[in-house]
Design a protein around this ligand. Structure first.
Ligand code: SF4
Ligand code: SF4
Length: 165
């Protein structure tokens, strides 16, 4: 008897569109940088982040999140983000997705596609995921195995760390 297993949505996404690990500015807190540096220490990689201006004006639209606006952007408009490959893929994107363990990934990567501001995590996800690829009756966050209790914990950590510098 054959067992039909369903391909994970992110794998289908990668065949249909640019994923969230491509052409995306990934802000990293100092905590993110330290966790990634500890993980990549044996590889000698230390050049995974840089200060860069927003690649898309949408990143500047933070009117609903004064904490983000105040603590993420420097006076010259740049912020600390992951470096990208020449094709704008994240440098941690491997053939089978992110090469970093979940607890080492930048907090904003762990949270996506949850939508949030400094006030908290919103009940509805952010746009960007290919919801048209969901099967009937599938719900995005459940299909991606994203849990609200994880999101609340990571959100709290993200806003604590970004206010630390
Ligand atoms: S989280 Fe969403 S945008 Fe990112 S790879 Fe998965 S389906 Fe695609
Ligand atoms: S760190 Fe990992 S999850 Fe985040 S953008 Fe890069 S490849 Fe994707």
């Amino acid at each position: 008897m054959s067992v039909i297993t369903e391909e994970f949505l992110c794998a289908r996404c990668a065949r249909h569109q640019k994923t969230c690990c491509q052409e995306t500015d990934i802000f990293v807190t100092l905590g993110d940088v330290q966790r990634i540096a500890e993980h990549t220490e044996h590889t000698g990689r230390s050049d995974f982040s840089e200060f860069r201006s927003a690649s898309d004006p949408v990143y500047l639209d933070q009117d609903d999140d004064p904490t983000w606006q105040q603590h993420v952007f420097r006076s010259d408009g740049t912020r600390r983000v992951l470096r990208q490959q020449p094709n704008r893929d994240c440098t941690f994107l491997g053939e089978r997705g992110c090469v970093l363990p979940l607890e080492t990934r930048p907090l904003i990567c762990r949270l996506y596609p949850f939508d949030y501001t400094d006030a908290g995590v919103k009940p509805e996800p952010a746009g960007g995921c290919p919801v048209q690829l969901l099967r009937p009756a599938q719900v995005l966050l459940e299909t991606l195995e994203m849990r609200f209790d994880d999101a609340h914990r990571w959100h709290e950590q993200l806003y604590r760390e970004l206010q630390q510098g």
